[in-house]
Structure formats: C-alpha cells, structure tokens
Ligand binder design. Structure first.
Ligand SMILES: *Cc1c(COP(=O)(O)O)cnc(C)c1O
Length: 373
C-alpha cells in the first residue's frame, strides 16, 4: 500500500442502471451526527420513514419498512418469509432479476415454475394465466416490475390481478420502478414488494424498502417452520420496526443511511408522485429525441419501455468498452453495459431520480455524439 490517504471521488454523472446521482440534500443528511438507534428522536424518524414509504408505495400496509441491506436483501426477505419447503412459485423471467428470483425460490426449498419470455420482451400475461391454470396449487406469483437488465416494464397491475384471480400471493420487484413510474401497492393488490434506495429514490445504496399486505403477514405468522434467515425474519424485525409499543433491539440500524433515505423520501413527497413519474417520462422523451438525432435506436418496444432505463443498440462499428471508458474518463459520465446475451450489443442509459434532468440529458447526448463519431 502506498501511503493511504482520504478518498476524494470525482463528481461523476451517474446514468447507468444504478446507483443514480445522489442529491446534495441527501448527502448532507447523511453527514449529520449519529444518534443511538433506540434514541426516542431516532424512533420518531423511523416512524416518519415508514409513513413516507407508505406514501411512495401507495399503501396502508402496517408492515412497511426499509430492510438494512441492498435490494437483493429485500428480494430475499420476500422469498424467505413467504416460501416454505415444497411451495409452488410461478416466476416470470425476462431478464437477470427474474432469474435471481428462481434462485431464491429454490434455496428456500420451493418449487419454481418459470414463465420465460425473451430478454427485451414483456412477460406474456397469457402464458402466466395458462401456467396458473395448469398449476392450481401455486402459492405465489413472482415477477419483476421494471427489468433493469433490459429496460422493460412488465404489466404489474395485470399480473397482480391474475395472482388474485388464481388465489395466490404476489411478490413484486420494484427496485427500479419505485419513484420512477407508477407503483400502486394497494390499488393493484400487491402482497409483497421490495425496492432499493439507489435507483429512482436517488439515495445512497444499501437499503431496501419492503411492504407486506395483511394477507402476506398472516402467511408469515402462520408458517410451519421458522424463517431460515434469522436476520430477515419479519416476525423478529417487527419488534424493532413495528408501530407502537416498545422497540426491542434486533440489529443496529444504519442510522446515517436512514437519515439519507428519509431525506430522499421527503424530496419525493415534496415533488409529488405524479410529478416525479411525469418528470421521468419527459426526460425519457427528451433523451429519445436526442438519441434519434444521433441515429441511435432503442432495443425495446415503445409500448413497454421504461422511462428510467433506456436500452439502446450500440451503433455499428462502435467499440462498446472503449466508448464507455471514454465517456467515463473524458466526460465523467457513467452509462450501463448490456448484460448476458445482450453484452456488447446494447447500452443501458439510466434516467433515475435526481439524475433525470435536462442538464444531464444534454450532457449525455453531447458526449455520446463525440464518442461515437
Ligand atoms: C438493482 C436491482 C436489484 C438489486 O438491488 P441491489 O441493491 O443491487 O442489491 C434487484 N432487482 C432489480 C430490478 C434491480 O434493478
């Protein structure tokens, strides 16, 4: 090690698949003095975070809180609490994150039945319905609302309605959707949902908001076997995050990260959900026009494109790695690479939360114009 020194990162513009740019308000919140995690003032803050999360998710669910770990832990929290050995779970796969859900089901001892669609395509509701008909003993339908690996929006409202119709619970990945496009937990009848702090909420990475419906809570409270993960067992976590009564120590909350989450949710609340969704849509349209002027094409049908994650084809003759390296080194701009079978074929340009603004879009289009020339 050469002599270690304080790390001062450069100011990048983060327009990849996350993390997104964190607003100075959120960074400042994070730098405030640490309180004890059972300090009455901190408990008040936890209650306010819960209320702000209920607003963001559009739910009255009492069990709504941030898991003290990244989005992947929120995913795991939903599966380990709801899936018991032998349970049948229908999982929709049209990208990386659906595949990860299967991995979770299997590790819980559940039986995953997959509904697969090509990467870049939407999950077919017809296939889901056929599968639920063929497996009437299905306990859970799980799917990704905003597939960050492809920029595809799955029809959460329709899929949740199918889950209800066929008497199963729904698990929804809203890591990239929350704050960027409509999420309506109570309106759609979602049973378990998880998100992430670092995508459209533009908070620092490392927290995963989750919410469970009363029906899901009943299933969790009446399990045959205890949840295999001690840390993620909601029956224990409610003792710390539950409303009212005495809070008991479960783990030390990431106090300063929660200041940051509170501030980012406050920003969303001040802007208003509708306005935030509209800002993402307008940003997407502005970016689309700019990319079109450069001859860069989208790789996803406009009917189900995500405004906050734009998957575009790399123009012929452009070297993927070199171009992204040049964007980073010469323009301090990060965009995302393609994953899996789409590697070196597409770019993923994020317009998430605080990063979704005119100045960034202009910077991105102007930088791309220089790099692809
Ligand atoms: C980013 C992401 C995750 C994982 O979140 P981490 O915070 O990286 O663990 C899960 N699902 C989707 C759709 C994501 O975009």
């Amino acid at each position: 090690m050469s002599s270690p020194a304080t790390f001062i990162p450069p100011e990048r513009t983060l327009m990849g698949p996350g993390p997104s740019d964190v607003s100075p308000r959120v960074l400042n919140a994070m730098a405030r003095p640490t309180l004890g995690h059972l300090d009455p003032l901190f408990i008040d803050l936890m209650d306010e975070i819960k209320s702000l999360l209920q607003y963001a998710f559009k739910t009255d669910n009492a069990l709504t809180m941030p898991v003290s770990a990244p989005g992947s832990a929120g995913m795991e929290a939903c599966f380990v609490n709801l899936v018991e050995p032998g349970d049948k779970v229908v999982v929709c796969i049209n990208g990386v994150f659906g595949q990860r859900m299967v991995e979770n089901v299997t590790r819980c001892g559940g039986q995953a039945i997959t509904v697969e669609d090509a990467w870049g395509q939407q999950t077919s509701a017809q296939k889901v319905e056929d599968t639920l008909k063929a497996h009437p003993d299905t306990k859970i339908l799980a799917f990704v609302h905003a597939e960050t690996s492809t920029g595809v929006r799955n029809d959460a409202k329709q899929l949740c309605a199918l889950a209800r119709q066929y008497n199963c619970l729904s698990i929804v990945d809203a890591v990239t959707s929350l704050g960027g496009i409509e999420v309506d937990v109570d309106g759609w009848g979602v049973d378990a949902i998880y998100s992430g702090s670092q995508k459209c909420l533009s908070c620092v990475p490392g927290l995963s908001p989750v919410s469970f419906s009363p029906a899901a809570v009943e299933v969790i409270q009446n399990r045959k076997k205890p949840v295999q993960s001690w840390f993620l067992d909601m029956n224990l976590i409610v003792g710390y995050w539950g409303k009212g009564g005495k809070r008991a120590y479960h783990h030390t909350a990431p106090v300063n990260s929660l200041y940051a989450l509170h501030e980012s949710l406050l920003i969303l609340h001040e802007e208003g959900l509708q306005n935030a969704w509209q800002r993402h849509q307008q940003g997407h349209e502005k970016l689309s026009a700019g990319l079109e002027s450069l001859g860069i094409e989208f790789a996803v049908d406009p009917a189900y494109r995500l405004p906050q994650l734009n998957m575009v084809k790399i123009p012929d003759g452009v070297d993927d790695a070199k171009a992204r390296q040049q964007l980073l080194n010469s323009f301090n701009l990060e965009i995302g690479a393609g994953l899996g079978e789409l590697a070196s074929k597409v770019w993923r340009i994020g317009l998430m939360g605080h990063a979704c603004k005119d100045r960034n879009i202009d910077h991105c289009v102007a930088s791309l114009a220089k790099v692809i020339r």
